[in-house]
Design a protein around this ligand. Structure first.
Ligand SMILES: Nc1nc2c(c(=O)[nH]1)N[C@@H](CN(C=O)c1ccc(C(=O)N[C@@H](CCC(=O)O)C(=O)O)cc1)CN2
Length: 297
C-alpha cells in the first residue's frame, strides 16, 4: 500500500480563506477588527519565525496583530504586567505567549495570568478543564488541527482505535481528550510504555508527538492506518552541513504501509497557525456578544 499524503498546507490555506471571509463579516458587524496579541520573549530563531508568520497570517486574514517583543532578560513581573494590560485591552481578543520562554520565567505562572477567555492557545488550566469535561473553551491549536485533518480524511471517528504517542500538555493530552470526545478508544503512550511497537500496531489512528526524529518505524504501523506526525525535528542533512526537517515517524517506511500520512514539513505544522486564527475569531465573536454558528469554522 502507498499512503495518501494528507496535505496540511492546502487544508490550512483553505481554512485561512474561510476565516478571512468570516473576519470581514465580524469587522462589519462589530465595527472593529478581531485582534490577536503575540508576546515573544528573547531571540530563539524558530520562535522568531513562528511569531513573524503569526503576525503576517493575522493581518492577511483581516484581523489586527499586536506584537510585543521583549528582551531575553525580561523579569517575571514585567511580563505578567504586560499580560494583565492585554487582558484589560478591549481591542485584544486573543493573547498568545510564544513558547518556550527563557528558563528563568515560569511558563505555568505566565499562562495562568492570561484571561482564559482570551487564551487562544488553550493552554490555561481552565481551558484544559473545559476540554476534559466537554465544555466550550479554547482547544490547543496543534491537536485541534490534527483532529480537523483526521475528520476530513476519515469522517466519523467513533469506535476507532487511536494511539497518541506523547503526553505533553500542549499536544498529547489535549489530543487524547479530543479523540475521546469523538468516541475513539484512546491509548496515550509515552517513554515508559512497554512494547510500544505492539501498542502502535493496534491503532487505526496514530498521532506521534514525542519530538524524537523518525522514532516510529514502518513495521509499527497497521496496514491502512492513518498516521499524523506532529514532530518537527531538525537533523543534519546529507550534504553541505545543512539541516533538514523530519517528523517523529520514519516517513518512507510508514507511507509504504499506512492508508494516509501527514508529511513533515507541510502536514500538521501549517494547521497550528490556521487554527490560532480560528480561535482568535471565535474569541472575538464571543467578546463582542455576536452569535457564531458552532460549525461555522
Ligand atoms: N504559544 C505557543 N507556542 C508554541 C506553539 C503554540 O501552538 N503556541 N507551537 C510550537 C511552534 N509553532 C507555533 O507557535 C509552530 C510550529 C510549526 C509550524 C509550521 O508551520 N511548521 C512547518 C515547518 C516550519 C519550518 O520550516 O521550520 C511545517 O511543519 O510544515 C507553525 C507553528 C511551539 N511553540
Amino acid at each position: 500500500m502507498t499512503a495518501t499524503v494528507i496535505d496540511g498546507k492546502a487544508f490550512a490555506a483553505d481554512l485561512r480563506a474561510r476565516i478571512a471571509t468570516l473576519a470581514a463579516a465580524f469587522s462589519a458587524q462589530a465595527g472593529r477588527q478581531a485582534g490577536l496579541a503575540v508576546v515573544l520573549v528573547g531571540e530563539d530563531p524558530a520562535s522568531q519565525v513562528y511569531v513573524r508568520s503569526k503576525g503576517r497570517s493575522t493581518v492577511e486574514a483581516g484581523m489586527a496583530s499586536f506584537e510585543h517583543k521583549l528582551p531575553a532578560d525580561t523579569d517575571e513581573a514585567t511580563l505578567l504586567a504586560l499580560v494583565e494590560r492585554l487582558n484589560a485591552d478591549p481591542a485584544v481578543d486573543g493573547i498568545l505567549v510564544q513558547l518556550p520562554l527563557p528558563r528563568h520565567l515560569d511558563e505555568q505562572k505566565v499562562i495562568a495570568t492570561i484571561n482564559p477567555d482570551k487564551d487562544v492557545d488553550g493552554f490555561h488550566v481552565t481551558n484544559a478543564g473545559r476540554l476534559a469535561v466537554g465544555q466550550a473553551g479554547f482547544v490547543p491549536c496543534t491537536p485541534l488541527g490534527c483532529l480537523m485533518l483526521l475528520k476530513d480524511r476519515l469522517g466519523d471517528l467513533a469506535g476507532l482505535d487511536a494511539v497518541v504517542i506523547g503526553r505533553s500538555n500542549i499536544v498529547g493530552k489535549p489530543m487524547a481528550q479530543l479523540l475521546l470526545a469523538e468516541s475513539c478508544t484512546v491509548t496515550v503512550a509515552h517513554s515508559k510504555t512497554q512494547n510500544l511497537p505492539e501498542v502502535v500496531r493496534r491503532a487505526d489512528i496514530v498521532v506521534a508527538a514525542v519530538g524524537r526524529p523518525e522514532m516510529v518505524k514502518g513495521d509499527w504501523i497497521k496496514p491502512g492506518a492513518t498516521v499524523i506526525d506532529v514532530g518537527i525535528n531538525r537533523v543534519p542533512g546529507a550534504q553541505d552541513g545543512k539541516t533538514r526537517l523530519v517528523g517523529d515517524v520514519a516517513y518512507d517506511e510508514a507511507a509504504a504501509v499506512a492508508g494516509a500520512i501527514t508529511p513533515v514539513p507541510g502536514g500538521v505544522g501549517p494547521m497550528t497557525i490556521a487554527v490560532l486564527l480560528r480561535n482568535t475569531l471565535v474569541a472575538a465573536y464571543r467578546n463582542a456578544g455576536i452569535a457564531l454558528a458552532p460549525d461555522a469554522i
